[in-house]
Design a binder for this molecule. Structure first.
Ligand code: HEM
Length: 106
C-alpha cells in the first residue's frame, strides 16, 4: 500500500485527516487556498468519501457552507484574528479547535 508492505493480519489506522494533505496530489497541501481549481479539487478531494459510498449529502453541505460564508461576509465583511489559533488536539483530524475572530465594526 503506497509502496509499503503491509503484513497479513496487521492492524492499520486510517487517518482521514491526512487524505487531502497528500503532497503528491496537492500543491502546498497545508495551505488553505479558496482559489484552487474547482474541477481539480472535486476530482481529488476525499472530504466526502468516494465510490459507491460517496456522501449523499455532499451537494447539500456545499450549498449550506456557501450560504453561511456568503451571508457572513455580506453582513460583517471586516474581521481579524485576535488570539493565536488553537489546534485540534487529536491526530485524527487536522485543523483548528478554536479560531478567535473579532468583527471590525465602525
Ligand atoms: C460537511 C458535511 C459532511 C461531510 C464532511 C460528510 C462526509 C461523508 C463521508 C466521508 C462519507 C463516506 C463514508 C464512507 O465511505 O464510509 C459520507 C457518507 C454519507 N453521507 Fe455525508 N458528509 C457530510 C454531510 C452529510 C449530510 C448533510 C448528509 C445528509 C443530508 C449526509 C449523508 C450521507 C450519507 C447517507 C452517506 C452514506 C452514503 C453511502 O454509504 O452510500 N452527509 N459522508
Amino acid at each position: 500500500m503506497g509502496g509499503v508492505d503491509v503484513p497479513a493480519d496487521s492492524k492499520i489506522c486510517v487517518m482521514w485527516g491526512s487524505a487531502n494533505r497528500d503532497s503528491d496530489l496537492f500543491e502546498r497541501p497545508n495551505q488553505f487556498d479558496i482559489t484552487r481549481d474547482l474541477d481539480e479539487r472535486k476530482r481529488k478531494s476525499l472530504s466526502f468519501g468516494g465510490g459507491i459510498h460517496r456522501c449523499m449529502g455532499a451537494p447539500l453541505s456545499r450549498m449550506e457552507i456557501r450560504v453561511v460564508v456568503e451571508e457572513r461576509l455580506r453582513r460583517i465583511p471586516e474581521f481579524e484574528e485576535y488570539q493565536p489559533r488553537v489546534p485540534y488536539p487529536y491526530a485524527t483530524l487536522i485543523g483548528d479547535d478554536h479560531l478567535y475572530l473579532a468583527w471590525l465594526c465602525e
